[in-house]
Design a protein around this ligand. Sequence first.
Ligand code: HMG
Ligand code: MG
Length: 302
Amino acid sequence: MRLPTHVRIIDVGPRDGLQNEKQPVPAAVKIELVQRLQEAGLKEIEVTSFVSPKWVPQMADAAEVMAGMQRQSGVRYSVLTPNLKGFEAAVDSRPDEIVVFGAASEAFSRKNINCSIAESIERFAPVVEAARAQGLAVRGAMSCTVGCPYEGEIAPEQVGYLAGLMKGIGVQRVDVADTIGVGTPRKVQAAIEATLKHFAIDDVSGHFHDTYGQALANTLAALELGVWNFQSSVAGLGGCPYAKGATGNVATEDVVFMLHGMGIATGIDLDRLVDAGAFISDFLGRQPQSRVAVALLNKRAG
Ligand code: HMG
Ligand code: MG
């Protein structure tokens, strides 16, 4: 088994992490979180989403956050854009990459973006075309690739179907997301293998929520297949408003600790990452949802 020697992490904390928070998080706090993440060495940050503020109120300040952050060269800033309206609003904010987001489950597609899978692809196609015409990178998030809160287990064929549709409209890379964290290693590998029929290994990333405590095991399972791009959320922030009971993404601190322990480079300074997680957790009034962060903070205090 040859594992990757280097992993690239996209921290999705400012977006996936905060989108579900009930208490309003001021733009200034989101901006500082982005700042701290890049100071910790993150080279990709999913900053926000240009979605309907009626659907996701927490992301209503997308333009303000994008305008306020201090861009660092070499860092890629991505934003979610579900339709042309969102794309047009996002363009002025100069993202490096836009993300269209679909689901391998019909029911989740309807709950999350109010349309079928086929309709979602019709909506994404002009977004992808416009983005690529402007030289922006395009990523496709694929939700519910293992399980769905409404449909239950999702077959790998459904994942392959969605990946093929995404490829067909010009999406450059995709995320295999376990939105509700029910995946276990072999099931996650099957979802990734179905995706690999349409995308090269360098263009597939793992996006695992840790609801059932399987995310690190699933990360290792993805590494075994050669996947070297992952999304995680500082302090384990997160949850999806349209997936009840789904908790946060796997904590970036936990992923980094595991990878460094295995001799896999990330370019991330774990101590500074823990500081970033402590900053946002303090604001939210809770402990970081990361075993590694809590252990390191306890060690510092002791
Ligand atoms: P809709 O109601 O079908 O859209 O929503 P519509 O086109 O009929 O428009 C309805 C209203 O929304 C109109 O306003 C539009 O102008 C407005 P009104 O006339 O009623 O005042 N509108 C918008 N406003 C701002 N930005 C926009 C936009 N589009 C329409 N882009 C829509 C369709 C997609 C907009 C809606 O369903 C939506 O915003 N959904 C948000 C879904 C979301 O953000 N979910 C969380 C992110 S996905 C996720 O977390 C999973 C992921 O992490 C991977 C994983 O873990 O699975 C990525
Ligand atoms: Mg997610």
